[in-house]
Design a protein around this ligand. Structure first.
Ligand SMILES: C[C@](O)(CO)[C@H](O)COP(=O)(O)OP(=O)(O)OC[C@H]1O[C@@H](n2ccc(N)nc2=O)[C@H](O)[C@@H]1O
Ligand SMILES: Nc1ncnc2c1ncn2[C@@H]1O[C@H](COP(=O)(O)OP(=O)(O)OP(=O)(O)O)[C@@H](O)[C@H]1O
Length: 301
């Protein structure tokens, strides 16, 4: 049996720099991962199967339409697994839920079997090599899947599959989703200007969370405007996060509707998460740390 964590993916920046002939958009995105996420249990079995449970399970497919099942089949190598997926991340929310599950199922399938976790550990120590040899093919399941396989701070280019690791400090964060699902294709479609500037070629070195927060203020999520036009409630989420004492940067992740606020102080993040939970019980709220999800013992928000 293998237990795998599927961390939420957060686009700290999302610059849309072009559009390919096949319609997919080219991007330049600084991505990190959260201590909040889904969980998968895999048990070797005679046939692949999936059970979906947990607080965010409603409406999530439990058949071959689930990216975790597609990915398990893809990873296969003659192995099959009974998968239990516990959903904590809302679906269609811009934080990679399905992509994170696909990546975790793939990692879990690698870890099953006689060579077991040792094999997975070795490969995770070399994510770029792993990525070049195998994980890149997972872009066929979704543009966000290769980055979720890495689950470490990274810069993604191409359509999301050209990945380089970056050093980012840990930062405290509050994620808020207004419980309005937003599908990705219409958001890309609503973006009028496709050739926006990328991030600077060389990213700075960030001494601490405050330095990262300050620098991010000069960057963008080019999908935030289009998503706002589709789901105006995103404006309320951004405004509520911006009111929180200590919130240094407020932005939307991915194609929305989840927004995040970054905090230099963990205690400010904890207070903000509690305050928003208190006055918006209808919203999904998560306090978390953003950073390298393969690093042990991250603090709890
Ligand atoms: C917005 C992001 O989440 C940022 O990380 C990703 O670019 C989207 O990744 P994803 O949800 O895994 O996307 P996919 O499932 O591959 O594609 C869904 C749809 O989004 C659009 N799409 C996606 C990725 C991309 N680079 N350009 C696009 O135009 C396409 O219309 C595509 O049909
Ligand atoms: N494991 C899964 N969890 C959630 N949704 C899934 C899963 N597998 C397939 N889906 C389907 O995928 C669609 C998009 O959900 P998902 O959570 O992946 O979107 P997202 O948060 O916008 O992802 P991204 O940030 O990669 O754009 C939903 O309509 C859902 O039915």
């Amino acid at each position: 049996m293998v237990k795998v964590f599927a961390p939420a993916k957060i686009n700290l920046t999302l610059h849309i720099t072009g559009q390919r002939d096949d319609g997919y958009h080219e991007l330049d995105s600084l991505v990190t991962f959260a201590t909040v996420g889904d969980e998968l249990w895999l048990v070797e079995a005679g046939i692949n199967s999936l059970t979906v449970e947990g607080p965010e399970a409603a409406g999530v497919p439990a058949d071959m339409n689930n990216l975790a099942m597609k990915s398990a089949q893809f990873a296969g190598a003659g192995r099959q697994a009974a998968i239990t997926l516990t959903k904590h991340l809302p679906a269609s929310s811009g934080i990679g839920g399905g992509s994170a599950d696909a990546a975790a199922a793939w990692r879990g399938m690698l870890a099953l079997g006689p060579e077991g976790e040792a094999q997975a550990e070795t490969q995770f120590a070399m994510p770029e090599i792993l990525y070049e040899t195998q994980a890149r093919a997972l872009v066929a399941l979704g543009a966000d899947v290769p980055m979720c396989v890495i689950s470490r701070p990274l810069r993604a280019r191409g359509i999301g599959e050209k990945i380089t690791l970056v050093d980012l400090p840990q930062v405290a964060c509050v994620l808020v989703n207004p419980r309005v699902p937003v599908a990705t294709p219409p958001v890309f479609k609503a973006l009028e200007k496709k050739d926006n500037p990328p991030m600077p070629e060389d990213l700075p070195t960030f001494a601490d969370a405050s330095a990262l927060i300050d620098w991010l203020a000069g960057q963008r999520n080019d999908l935030q405007g289009p998503a706002l036009s589709i789901a105006p409630v995103i404006g309320k989420v951004l405004a509520r996060l911006a009111e929180c004492p200590g919130a240094g940067l407020v932005r939307m992740s991915g194609s929305g509707a989840t927004c995040f606020a970054l905090f230099a102080e963990i205690d400010d993040a904890k207070a903000a998460a509690q305050a928003i939970r208190d006055d918006r019980p209808d919203w999904w709220v998560a306090g978390c740390i953003l950073g390298d999800m393969f690093q042990k013992s991250l603090p709890v928000v």
